[in-house]
Structures are given as C-alpha cells and as structure tokens.
Design a protein around this ligand. Structure first.
Ligand SMILES: Cc1ncc(COP(=O)(O)O)c(C=O)c1O
Length: 393
C-alpha cells in the first residue's frame, strides 16, 4: 500500500466515526428521513443574510475588470480594511488592515498559523474536550498536541495548564464559544491565561503565542460580552471565519488578525502569508472576499439558536441529564448516564437519535448534541433522549 502510514493509522483509529455515520444513513433509509433525528453535525442551519445574496448578484453582474485574477496573498485591501474597522468598533481595539489576512475559513487560517510557528516537536496546548481536527492540524506541521484538562464548567484547569507548559510550548489554542461544549470563557479566564503565559515566558525564557479560534464569536446569548484576547497577551493571534456567523461554511471564508502589540508582528505577518501561499491556499476566494465586505457587522439571527438552546436544555434537564448551560455556539455537551459514552450513543441510535460520543472530542463520559437543526428534529428527539436515559436508570 503506497498510502502514508500515518494517514492509514488515523483512518483505522477513526473508523468508528465512519461506522456511526453509515449507520445513521442506514437508519434514515430504513425509517425515512423524517423519523430519524440527526443532531450529530455541526453544520450551520441558518441562511446567510439577505444583503449577502444581493451583493453576490451585483458582483456577478459587475463589469469591473480584474475581479477574478490573482491578488496579494493577504487579500483585497478593501476587505481587510472592512474587517479591521468592524473589529475596532465592536471591541474598542486598534487594529489596521496591515494586521488582517483573509483566509479560506478558520481551518485554513489555523493551518497557516501552525505551519508558521512550529519547529519539529514543538508543543501546542489544547484544552479537552476539543475540536478534534486540532490534533491533525498540529501533526500536519510536525508539532505535538499536549492536552490540558478543563474543570466542571469546561473552562481551563489552570493548575494543569501550569504543569504542562514547558520550554517546548509554542502556543496555546483556545476556542470560545467552544465546540463541543458551547461554553464561553469569561474575561477572568482569558486574563488568567495571559498572566500564566507571561509568568512562564519569564521563567522559561521562551515566547508563547495565544491563538484564539473563534468561529462562534458572534453566536453568544444572554447579553454575554466577548472578551477579545489582544488586551490580555501581546503575542496573540485571532483566527476566525464566517462559516457560522454568516452561515457560509461551504464558501470557505475567514480571517486571521495578529495583535498590533506583538513586537514581531511584521515578520509574523509575512511568515503567515508565506505559509498560506505554500500550503496551496494562495488567497481566499476573490468573490467571497468582496461579498463579505459590507456585512462585517451582520450575522444570522442569533435568537433562533438561543431558542433552540433553551428548549433542548430545559427538556434534557427535566429528563435528568446533567448539563452545563452553554452561553454560545450551537452545541450541548451533557454527561452520559453511564460511563461508556459510545454505548450510550448507540442506545440513542436505537431510539433513532444521532449524536456524537464525547470521546470523539477527547473526553469520555459525555455526548455532543448539535442543536443547529430544524425544530421538528429537536422536538422529535426528546422521546428518544428520555427512553435512552431511562434504560440506564
Ligand atoms: C472549533 C472550530 N474551529 C474551526 C472550525 C473550522 O471552521 P471553518 O469551517 O471556518 O474552517 C470549526 C468547524 O466546525 C470549529 O468548530
């Protein structure tokens, strides 16, 4: 077999995910789409704002020459300016277009940043539970993932973090609101993270980046305030996308912002662009860059996700599930009533409810539920959640 051993190993280890997915398809074929309640996918439900579609039509009809050619790798200056201006208005920060790079989604951005930072065997700290792709993004660039625990509210366990920062630590990735827990890190957590990083940098004589992966930044509820990381650590990088907040996951459009306070920001910027180019992204698609320019302050209707969270959270807690109430994203991450999360997810499947076991996110004993689904799916799933719970109680 001429396929990479590393990739074959990963396929083998993750074959259970494929199996689950196939079983889901089979269930839908057997019972009909309307009788299976699929809460397993993190796909945005809501359509992009009206203004986005109008802009697309205008762009398609535009006579402007050169709109579809190569461009500078960080993207159109007008798009980068629009992003910077919007961030400055929203967070009272002071970034310029010189610190913004438009990317092919958050995934493209993260890979470019990790390629930029990592020497072989450097370590990247990740908090469990985590978006599982981080492991692969880190190994793509010969780094090592170091997993740090979170507490009962899924915020970082600071003592565990302190014990795991070494001379090899290159960066710490945070993701808030979080996939899979939906938890939004409060300002105090980000402040504390900054303090710990700076203490360790001093003690170890190293430089550590804080990378904030924030594609759910605008999907927050209950008047929560988003603490922007630049205030708390100078060596920090924001990576985000419009996959969820504008419902454009399939269009692959996002951006990176490097902190204006980073004393190495120019070389960091050039290095990220080199990485982005040589990873084959070259630049984010021209059409999408133009399309998002005028809608930087828009988002899908967050209230729709909030209502779904409220409904599902209340129903699950009534049944008896233990669950942290999330303040953002579109996921719930309750405890499974038995330790074996895969077994419980199988039981839910027997009741035609599809979810993902916590172990798929590096934490056993939980299940991830995506409520980015139509109301009939949420409502229809409740009986299955109840029956599965009661079969172990
Ligand atoms: C936490 C997290 N980071 C990154 C991504 C990738 O986002 P994008 O589709 O913008 O590449 C996702 C997608 O689900 C995610 O949940």
């Amino acid at each position: 077999m001429s396929i990479s051993k590393g990739i074959l190993d990963v396929l083998e280890k993750s074959s259970w995910i494929r199996k689950m997915f196939e079983e889901g398809i089979q269930l839908k074929e057997q019972y009909g789409e309307k009788n299976v309640f699929d809460l397993s996918l993190g796909n945005p439900l809501l359509e992009p704002p009206k203004k986005f579609k109008e802009k697309l039509i205008n762009l398609a009809n535009s006579e402007e020459k050169g709109m579809h050619r190569y461009m500078p790798n960080p993207g159109f200056i007008s798009t980068r300016k629009a992003i910077a201006e919007n961030l400055n208005n929203e967070f009272s920060i002071n970034v310029s277009s010189e610190e913004v790079i438009v990317t092919t989604g958050a995934a493209g951005g993260l890979n470019s940043v990790l390629k930029t930072l990592l020497n072989p065997d450097d370590e990247i700290i990740i908090f469990a539970p985590f978006f599982v792709e981080y492991l692969f993004y880190v190994s793509n660039h010969n780094g090592k993932s170091v997993i740090v625990k979170t507490d009962e509210n899924f915020v970082p366990d600071m003592e565990d973090l302190k014990s795991k920062i070494t001379t090899k630590t290159k960066a710490i990735i945070i993701n808030s609101p979080n996939n899979p827990t939906g938890v939004l890190y409060p300002k105090e957590t980000i402040k504390k993270l900054g303090e710990i990083i700076q203490e360790k940098e001093k003690k170890l004589g190293t430089e550590i980046y804080l990378i904030s992966d924030e594609p759910y930044r605008k999907i927050i509820f209950d008047d929560s305030k988003y603490p922007f990381i630049f205030e708390y650590h100078d060596r920090s990088i924001v990576v985000t996308s419009h996959s969820k907040d504008l419902g454009l996951a399939g269009e692959r459009i996002g951006y990176i912002v490097v902190s204006p306070k980073d004393k190495n920001k120019e070389v960091l910027f050039d290095a990220i662009i080199f990485s982005l180019r040589t990873l084959g992204h070259v630049n984010a698609t021209a059409f999408m860059q133009k399309a998002i320019e005028d809608i930087q302050n828009e988002s899908v209707d967050i209230n729709v996700y909030k209502k779904k969270r409220d409904f599902l959270y209340k129903e699950l807690v009534n049944i008896g599930y233990e669950c942290v109430k999330p303040q953002g994203a579109f996921y719930l991450f309750p405890k499974t009533p038995i330790e074996d999360d895969a077994k419980f997810v199988q039981e839910l499947q027997n009741h035609k409810v599809l979810t993902v076991p916590g172990r798929g996110f590096g934490l056993n004993g939980y299940l991830r539920i995506s409520y980015s689904v139509d109301d009939w799916v949420l409502e229809g799933s409740i009986t299955g959640f109840e029956k599965a719970f009661n079969s172990f109680n």
